[in-house]
Write a protein that binds this ligand. Structure first.
Ligand code: UD1
Ligand code: MG
Length: 458
């Protein structure tokens, strides 16, 4: 293909997806947390197309609203009269001089390298057809070749004779060809076949009749060209996709204890010598630096985990930053805006939200820290709570360097504990705790002499 030939992508996404038994249009069902159609769009975008037209039908507005991409041209197919008819709905937006590439919204794992290869096969003068040899080609269109191995036509399963049914080379449906030629052939399609549909596949025989050579390309694996029609196929595809994610991470230097028990639902950036234990879910944009270890059953979303961090099992970390060498968990919850400077210990049943935790500060047991600016070297006693909400507004708590709070301290915001302050166990801090001093709420301890525990009546 000459550099100047623009690429026009057509994605067929009008299918109803009856077998999904869902109110959600099939192409919006998520794979790795992202709609099927979005996978196809992302793969196509890697080819830098001049134009992308998506043919939609079933669930129309919902599809447009979810994908919400202003660079896409949407073409409605009101009635589903076959793949050829579907492509025709896009043609008013396709340039005659372009190479038109036809993709499918329910074939999510197609790889852009395979597509570049296909486009190169097509060039300006040929038709590029993506085919695959299947052990069981049932249901697929078969690729008929002549004695010289040249592709002659495609015959659909339902129209095939017994000889044709023996062919294992199958049509993936994906093809690339000059826009003007495609337009010309589509205008000549007829629906006099077993399904009464306008078959896109009929353009192959037309190309051959017009002396246009059909050149084939092949996917690197079958999963690339597998379509999704049912929830069972969706689940199988999810496993294949996650296996690939695991392989990619391992290739970058991550140890994954069980590659079948990790879920990547977004973009993960990794350093090396990271260890990830079983059942870890990584969502959104997650950045994990060198020498991090992540324990079993953690969910990490849109967060940055800096070098040398140890995340013990059962943690949920969202929109947070975990600074170098920190130890988090087990059972810690870091909510949006939790920023740990590094060297911290965050322990069991600790929740931190919208707070800056200074270098080396420790929050080890049964604590809620919200809307707080905490200095370095702080030790927060078990059961310390920042009461940040007065029922109407949120207020901040300031905790200076080297503060130590006793167990069961309540810091009623807005409030401040000065640098080096010590706060006695059980204190309800409503006024500033001065720097360097011991502050406590004194409730005099008393003993009721001779008091007896109630005894059970006989
Ligand atoms: C099609 C091919 C077949 C190929 C197979 C690969 C034709 C005639 N047959 O068959 O050779 O082996 O795909 O999976 O092309 N669609 C629309 N509008 C329509 C009809 C279909 O948008 O009017 C979309 C569907 O949503 C789907 C795709 O086109 O994403 C393929 O349609 P489908 O009906 O599944 O075609 P097959 O019979 O499987
Ligand atoms: Mg199909």
């Amino acid at each position: 293909m000459s550099q100047s030939t623009p690429l026009n992508v057509i994605i067929l996404a009008a299918g109803q997806g009856t077998r999904m038994k869902s109110k959600l249009p099939k192409v919006l069902h998520p794979l790795g947390g992202k709609p099927l159609l979005a996978h196809v769009i992302d793969a196509a975008n890697l080819l830098k197309p001049a134009k992308m037209v998506v043919v939609y039908g079933h669930g129309g507005q919902q599809v447009l609203d979810t994908i919400n991409d202003s660079s896409i041209v949407w073409a409605e197919q009101k009635e589903q009269l076959g793949t050829g008819h579907a492509v025709n709905q896009a043609m008013s937006d396709i340039d005659d001089k372009s190479i038109a590439l036809i993709l499918y919204g329910d074939v999510p794992l197609i790889n852009s390298t395979t597509l570049s290869d296909l486009i190169n096969q097509a060039g300006n003068d040929s038709l590029g057809l993506l085919t695959v040899h299947l052990e069981d080609p049932t249901g697929y269109g078969r690729i008929a070749r002549d004695q010289h191995g040249q592709v002659k036509y495609i015959v659909e399963q339902k129209d095939a004779n017994s000889e044709e049914l023996k062919i294992s080379e199958s049509n993936t449906g994906i093809l690339a060809v000059n826009g003007a030629k495609l337009r010309h052939w589509l205008s000549q399609l007829k629906n006099n076949n077993a399904q009464g549909e306008y078959y896109l596949t009929d353009i192959i025989a037309m190309a051959v009749a017009d002396g246009v050579e059909v050149k084939t390309a092949h996917p690197a694996s079958e999963t690339e060209v597998m379509g999704i029609n049912s929830r069972s196929q969706l689940a199988m595809m999810e496993r294949a996709f996650q296996r690939q994610n695991a392989e990619d991470l391992m290739a970058k230097g991550v140890t994954i204890i069980d590659p079948d028990r990790i879920e990547v639902r977004g973009d993960v950036e990794v350093g090396t010598d990271i260890t990830i234990d079983v059942n870890v879910v990584l969502e959104g944009k997650v950045k994990i630096a060198d020498n991090v270890s992540i324990g079993a059953n953690c969910v990490i979303r849109d967060s940055v985990i800096e070098a040398g961090v140890e995340i013990k099992p059962m943690c949920v970390i969202e929109e947070a930053t975990v600074g170098k060498e920190a130890i988090v968990g087990p059972y810690s919850r870091l909510r949006p805006g939790a920023n740990l400077a590094g060297g911290n210990h965050i322990g069991n049943f600790v929740e931190i939200k919208n707070s800056n935790i200074g270098q080396g500060s420790k929050v080890n047991h049964l604590t809620y820290i919200g809307d707080t600016d905490m200095g370095s070297g702080v030790n927060i006693g078990a059961g310390t709570i920042t009461a940040n909400y007065d029922g109407a507004n949120k207020h901040r708590t300031t905790i200076g360097d080297n503060v130590s709070t006793g167990s069961n301290t309540v810091l009623v915001a807005p409030v401040k504990a000065g640098q080096g302050a010590t706060i006695g166990a059980g204190t309800v801090l409503r006024k500033e705790a001065p720097a360097g001093e011991l502050t406590l709420s004194v409730v005099k301890q008393k003993t009721i002499e001779g008091w007896k525990r109630p005894a059970k009546k006989k």
